[in-house]
Design a protein around this ligand. Structure first.
Ligand code: UTP
Length: 306
């Protein structure tokens, strides 16, 4: 907890790892980075950047890798495209590009030459982070709700310090997909983390409280990441480094308000498109009519009512 006269350092920097293979989305991800897959009309990376900006993040580093150059292009100004849109008076389309422009020097890229795992990807950003708390956002977890998830966490972090990870309950049969928390005392949305295990078997999992893709971390994690060897799935796991911090400094889970769509998974990705599509004022009405008319037991129904 913060003491009077000892305010927490603000969370100003975010690390966004985007170097994974995206194997679950092949063949699309053969040449399109998973983080560029659109939900309705925005790529996943844009949702992560918007959420981080809403939480007060000023500086970004994207940990990219082979085949991910489309992400860097996306955050460049597209002069030719903008000029053509301007000459054709496409005002709305020009406005749609505004969210892709970050202040010069505020977005950096570092490279994970081999996708050795999430822990290794975060470690690649160590020089950018330096000695201050930082956020990590996994763009394939799309967090949706009235208050941006990272903003909720930054607000809670001001009183807590240490490490704060987004958590949610998952079905017990799915514990082997996540980092799972050994929970301690719970106060409101904040759960004390007494231990962390990566992908435990459902029968051995200490709880069903799983870590999802938003973290506020102390830079001490880098010491452990630099020493780590491959863990579950042959990858260098962030959870394993975090587990070593438990007990050495404050460590909490935050039960965020909102919905998490796992867009690294096909069903989660489809669900995100349906929910966010329905919520869009410009599309929702027509899309709702389409879904209502759809005979879910008859695939051909789609062609009849589309
Ligand atoms: P995932 O494990 O969900 O992504 O990592 P993946 O490996 O790309 O997906 P599959 O399992 O092959 O389909 C979560 C986030 O961490 C990044 C990914 O790009 C994604 O944003 N990541 C993962 C890295 O940057 N480097 C890695 O070595 C692994």
């Amino acid at each position: 907890m913060s003491r009077p006269g000892h305010p927490m350092k603000p969370v100003r920097k975010a690390v966004i790892p985007v170097a994974g293979l995206g194997a679950r989305f092949l063949p699309a991800t053969k040449s399109v980075p998973k983080e560029m897959l659109p939900v309705v009309d925005r790529p996943l990376i844009q949702y992560a950047i918007d959420e981080a900006r809403a939480a007060g993040i000023e500086d970004f580093v994207l940990v990219t890798g082979r085949g991910k150059s489309a992400i860097e292009d996306y955050f460049d100004h597209a002069y030719e495209l903008e000029a053509v849109l301007e000459s054709r008076h496409k005002i709305q389309e020009l406005a749609a590009l505004e969210c892709t422009n970050l202040e010069a020097g505020r977005i950096m890229y570092t490279r994970q030459q081999v996708p050795l795992g999430l822990g290794h990807a975060v470690w690649c950003a160590r020089d950018f982070v330096g000695d201050e708390p930082f956020a990590v956002l996994l763009p394939d977890d799309l967090m949706h709700g009235a208050a941006p998830c990272l903003k909720q966490m930054v607000e809670a972090y001001r009183d807590l310090g240490g490490n704060l990870v987004a958590v949610m309950d998952v079905p017990r049969r799915h514990t082997d997909r996540y980092g799972i928390v050994s929970p301690g005392v719970t106060k409101g949305r904040v759960v004390e983390v007494k231990g962390l295990e990566e992908k435990p078997h459902p029968e051995e999992a200490p709880s069903t409280l799983s870590v999802v893709g938003r973290y506020i971390l102390d830079p001490a994690v880098f010491t452990h990441l630099s020493r780590l060897e491959a863990g579950a799935g042959g990858e260098i796991q962030l959870t394993d480094a975090l587990a070593k911090l438990v007990g050495t400094m404050p460590f909490y889970g935050y039960r965020f308000e909102g919905t998490r769509f796992d867009c690294g998974d096909k069903v989660g990705y489809l669900a995100a498109n349906v929910v966010l599509g329905l919520e869009r004022p410009d599309l929702g009405g027509e899309f709702r009519d389409f879904l209502k008319a759809l005979d879910l037991d008859d695939a051909k129904g789609a062609t009849r009512c589309a």
